[in-house]
Design a protein around this ligand. Structure first.
Ligand code: SER
Length: 618
């Protein structure tokens, strides 16, 4: 089955079960400060999982491009990537375990024909707060009993062999992991994972460092591949560290698109599927090296380039900050690997065919006019490659010539500050010489030298949850007020091109050709504060996108909206298509202050705004 057919089959299957399809969200989350990137399909669904009503109803299906840089070290094992597509379906207070598990099982075995003999599942074993998921165990037992093993012609499977129990480290899901890591307010719940068995006799198992250990579903030897995860999201962490029930019991299902495709091809290496192999082909051509000779480096390059193409397409540029810094690290790591594969010096044009391969893989799905996209993306990547390339050979030579005793934190910092080598790259190069460099040693040097860029470097490959407090909701409403105030003062050409809110501040990017004067900034701030003081009601309505536009709601990300949308109106002052949440009355926001205004590229400005503590503490 082709990748595009598989994706469509998945949509059609769940549409038949009453789900409505929603477009994918952008990789950089809007109005969500919790992570740098959308790293699972549920992230853009957060307001709905917490109880907001979804405009399309209670059954939703989609495919969401995700970036998970936490997995960067695993890239090279044939199945981990930093960029992947997550097939999702959600029940927002509608159906629950019985339907979800049965449907996904039916999809795998019936629609795409996976042999049930090769499917295994895990279920939550229970902890001191939430009991063992007996219901899920029994559902799976029944499901497996009803299936025939086509090859063996056997009627039914022994459930003992198919269903396994794991604790909260493996079978509990929240964005921040196990129950004890969840911040207050975070939703989560026990989950059930599905695995495809590639067999013990593929040779992967023997090669693996885990070969000496007893193999089990969650081990990393490569035999079993996790392909789906149904989260039974019914809990929310409360202030005393325990759990409250969410307003409704939800299903949050996520399936690894690339992995399901690989399983349907009986191919344990996802990089040999059509979702990667054209990129691998381009790398082979550029380097003259065959995939079998160095699959690890080629997988890293293919994955990182794919992630980079999506990020640049969505407006992220290499920089020393936040998402831009992650992009820079991905690209530079790919460049180092490319140089290590290729005998002669690489050039920035080596990466163009790789970009094109990525665009072609997703042509018509995520990229329309390939030539136009390439024109936009390739120069950004080439420029970064070129910038780094100038120091690359010298940096690599220095590593090669330095004796192991001198490879330490100071050395890593020098390579970073002089040659632009990200710490991870130096650590990998040092490992070849038998040195395991500690990040702390590098950061100690860093701290001493450059307090400013230290924030850029720390923990960038982690998700890093902030809290989702009342302050964020207030700042979200302030964002709408700011947007409208900007249009009043500067004109209706102003449109939002991005926003990011943390508990400390809101950051708002918009189109405008020139720097704002202090007078304009003050006027905008005054309008926002005066509107807050008017005590306007914040009203939420669900309507079709066409109706929303007709009634003048700001809707700038149309291609990402479903046909029915939620519109938030703030009195008669502002009206926007938005998923919420918001305060109910503007007075709740308190006063705000604009703290900074800057340029973020041609024709784009950025404003920072904070909540101002009022003397009476309100
Ligand atoms: N949120 C779960 C995951 O990311 C299922 O969608 O695995």
């Amino acid at each position: 089955m082709k990748a595009n057919q598989l994706r469509e089959k998945y949509f059609a299957f769940f549409e038949k079960k009453g789900h409505r399809r929603v477009p994918a969200a952008l990789l950089v989350p809007e109005n969500d400060p919790t992570t740098l990137f959308v790293s699972s399909g549920m992230q853009p669904m957060m307001p709905y999982l917490l109880g907001e009503k979804h405009p399309l109803g209670s059954r939703i299906v989609n495919s969401q491009p995700c970036i998970r840089t936490q997995d960067i070290k695993e890239v090279g094992d044939g199945r981990h990537t930093t960029f992947f597509e997550m097939l999702g379906n959600w029940s927002l207070g509608d159906y629950f375990k019985k339907e979800q598990l049965a449907w996904f099982f039916e999809f795998l075995t019936g629609e795409i024909g996976l042999d049930p003999a090769r499917l295994y599942v895990t279920v939550f074993a229970g902890n001191d707060q939430v009991q063992k998921d007996q219901e899920a165990i029994e559902i799976w037992q029944e499901l497996f009993k009803t299936k025939k093993a086509p090859r063996e012609g056997k009627e039914g499977f022994d459930p003992e062999v198919k269903v396994y129990l794991y604790g909260s480290k493996k079978n509990w899901w929240s964005r921040s992991g196990a129950p004890d890591q969840m911040p207050t307010g975070e939703p989560g719940g026990p989950d059930s994972e599905m695995f495809f068995d590639f067999g013990a006799d593929l040779g992967i198992h023997e090669r693996s460092i885990f070969a000496q250990n007893e193999c089990h579903l969650n081990c990393d030897c490569g035999r079993f591949l996790e392909i789906g995860n149904s989260v039974f999201m019914e809990y929310q962490k409360n202030q005393s560290g325990g759990f409250d029930k969410l307003p409704a019991r939800n299903i949050d299902f996520g399936g690894g698109f690339e992995r399901i495709l690989a399983s349907s091809w009986d191919q344990p290496d996802i990089f040999r599927t059509e979702l990667f192999y054209p990129i691998i082909g381009a790398i082979q051509k550029a380097t003259g090296v065959g995939y079998r000779q160095n699959p690890v480096f080629m997988q890293v390059i293919a994955d990182h380039l794919k992630a980079a193409v999506f990020l640049v397409d969505q407006g992220v540029e290499p920089s020393n900050k936040q998402q831009g810094y992650v992009l820079r690290r991905l690209l530079r790591r790919a460049v180092v690997k490319m140089q290590q594969l290729k005998k002669e010096k690489i050039s920035e044009t080596d990466f163009e065919p790789l970009c094109e391969a990525v665009l072609r893989i997703y042509q018509g799905i995520y990229f329309d006019d390939i030539a136009k996209r390439k024109k936009k993306i390739a120069p950004v990547i080439s420029q970064e490659v070129d910038r780094f390339n100038q120091n690359l050979i010298r940096g690599l030579r220095i590593v090669a010539e330095t004796v192991p005793e001198e490879i330490n934190g100071q050395f890593a910092f020098k390579l970073f500050s002089t040659y632009g080598f990200p710490f991870e790259v130096t650590r990998e190069l040092a490992l070849v010489k038998g040195i395991d460099l500690a990040r702390e040693a590098f950061e100690k040097e860093f701290k001493g030298h450059q307090a400013k860029s230290r924030t850029a470097a720390r923990g960038m490959f982690k998700g890093g949850l902030a809290d989702s407090s009342e302050r964020i909701v207030k700042l979200h409403t302030a964002t709408h007020l700011l947007h409208q105030a900007l249009r009043k003062v500067l004109g209706n050409h102003v449109r939002q091109v991005g926003s990011n809110i943390t508990a400390e501040r809101l950051r708002f990017d918009f189109t405008h050709p020139e720097k704002l004067t202090p007078k304009q900034v003050k006027e905008i701030q005054d309008i926002v504060n005066q509107t807050i003081d008017r005590g306007l009601e914040v009203k939420k309505e669900i309507m079709s996108l066409a109706e929303a536009e007709k009634c003048g709601a700001l809707a700038f990300f149309k291609e990402r909206y479903a046909r029915e949308v939620t519109v938030y109106s703030i009195g008669g002052f502002s009206r926007e298509v938005c998923a919420g949440p918001h305060v109910q009355n503007t007075r709740k926001v308190g006063h705000v202050e604009i703290t900074k205004e800057e340029s973020v590229g041609t024709g784009r400005r950025r404003l920072y705004m904070i909540l101002k503590e009022l003397p009476n503490g309100s």
